[in-house]
Ligand binder design. Structure first.
Ligand code: URA
Length: 219
C-alpha cells in the first residue's frame, strides 16, 4: 500500500517536471507530495520552516520563502537567495532586486506588492554558487505548491537556472529560449534574462523589455 502511494507520488511528480536520481531518499518525496502540503502560503511557510531536506539548511541563516500577492497574476522565479536575501529573509533585495523592481514598475506598470517573487531554492547556496540538481529537486515541491496556491497567469523564469529546473530542460540556453512563451501547467511561462546578468550586460535590457511587453500584452 505504502509502495503504491509512493509510486503514485513519483508519477505525479514526473508529470510536474521532476527527474529522479537514485540518491534521493523516498522519504523526501513522501514529505514533498504537494497534495499533502497545506494550501495557504502562511501555512506552507510554517510547514517547511524547519526544512533540512538538503545541505543548504546547514549554512543558511534564513529560509527565503518568497513574498508578494497570494493572488498575483505574475510570478517571478529567480535562482536562489544571495547574502542580502539570506540576512533579510526577502527575495531579490540589493542591486538585482532594484533592477527587478524597475522592470515591474516601468515595463509591467505594476508594484512589487502586486506580483509574487520566489526562487528555485529557498536557502542560500554557499558563496552564491548555482544550486545543485539535488538541492533544486528537494526544494521544488514547495515551489510547485506555491505556484499551485497562487495560480499565476504567467510565471517569469529569471535566467537559465530557473528555466532549466522549472522545465527539466537542463541543456537550455537562456539566450535561445527567452522571449518564447510556453505552457506550464495552467500558467504560461516566459523565460528571460536574470537581473544580475542585466547588471553585467546592460545592452540585454532591450530583450528583457521586449519579453516583458509580451507578458504585459496577455495580462
Ligand atoms: N536574489 C534572489 O532572491 N534570487 C536570485 O536569483 C538572485 C538574487
Amino acid at each position: 500500500m505504502q509502495d503504491l502511494k509512493l509510486l503514485k507520488t513519483l508519477y505525479e511528480q514526473r508529470l510536474l517536471g521532476f527527474r529522479y536520481f537514485n540518491d534521493i531518499k523516498s522519504t523526501s518525496f513522501v514529505k514533498s507530495d504537494i497534495k499533502d502540503m497545506p494550501s495557504s502560503l502562511p501555512e506552507l511557510w510554517n510547514y517547511m520552516s524547519d526544512c533540512s531536506l538538503c545541505n543548504l539548511s546547514k549554512s543558511r541563516k534564513t529560509i527565503v520563502f518568497g513574498e508578494g500577492n497570494e493572488n498575483a497574476k505574475v510570478m517571478f522565479i529567480g535562482e536562489g537567495p544571495g547574502e542580502l536575501e539570506d540576512n533579510s529573509g526577502r527575495p531579490f533585495v540589493g542591486r538585482s532586486g532594484e533592477l527587478l523592481d524597475r522592470i515591474i514598475q516601468n515595463v509591467l506598470q505594476m508594484q512589487r506588492k502586486d506580483v509574487y517573487i520566489a526562487n528555485i531554492v529557498k536557502c542560500r547556496p554557499p558563496l552564491n554558487r548555482n544550486p545543485s540538481e539535488e538541492e533544486a529537486l528537494k526544494c521544488k515541491p514547495f515551489l510547485m505548491k506555491q505556484i499551485d496556491i497562487i495560480k499565476p497567469k504567467i510565471i517569469i523564469a529569471l535566467g537559465s537556472i530557473s528555466y532549466s529546473y522549472l522545465t527539466g530542460d537542463m541543456d537550455a540556453k537562456i539566450s535561445k529560449v527567452r522571449g518564447e512563451m510556453i505552457n506550464f501547467g495552467s500558467s504560461k511561462l516566459m523565460p528571460t534574462f536574470h537581473p544580475s546578468y542585466l547588471l553585467r550586460n546592460p545592452s540585454a535590457k532591450k530583450e528583457v523589455m521586449s519579453d516583458m511587453l509580451k507578458v504585459k500584452a496577455i495580462l
